[in-house]
Write a protein that binds this ligand. Sequence first.
Ligand SMILES: [Mg+2]
Length: 206
Amino acid sequence: MPLTDPILVWDVDDVLNDLTIEWLRAERPGDSGLYESLRDPRLHLGLGIDEQDYLASLDNFRLNGGFEAMEPRPDVLSWFREHGDRARHVALTSTPLRTAPVSATWVMRHFGRWIRTFHVVPSTRPDDDAPALDPDKEHALRFLALGSVMIDDRPENLDGARRAGLEAIRFPRPWNGGGNPRTALAQLTDMIRGASTTYTPEKDPA
Ligand SMILES: [Mg+2]
């Protein structure tokens, strides 16, 4: 059943971009089979490294030009070009507060034509004492009280979105069962079939 006035909530890392692939390319060049072998969402386990070391390396990549230099996923960008005008779009990302400015800039630079709202659920880091506010994306969605569909690669986020009353689309990655991203995007297209967010003055309650 297509949605009317859909609001799509997009994860950023490993959905709008290929963060893990790009980070592996920088950190583990030559280890081409590693990405496909990451079958556990706790990626540090598949990488065989300590979680804090993994997060520190990822943050270092984010803060030293790696994130900024990433291109959007071509298939996702094409999807926005073809279908983006039929829905409203929100970016909902879990990233440390110190890397959020880089992420927000990247999202607005590449997807700002469609994504007008950026929300961050800070990932905890040992030296960050900022208030948590929301422990996870589920609680952020409940606080924001918006969203029709969430597109995410983390199983726990998809489960949380469903509990918050949204539809959930799994963006295929090795750590969530894999598959073809084209299928996920087609599913999304189907959900917003016929919808339109084109502004018309007669619909304006003011
Ligand atoms: Mg993600």
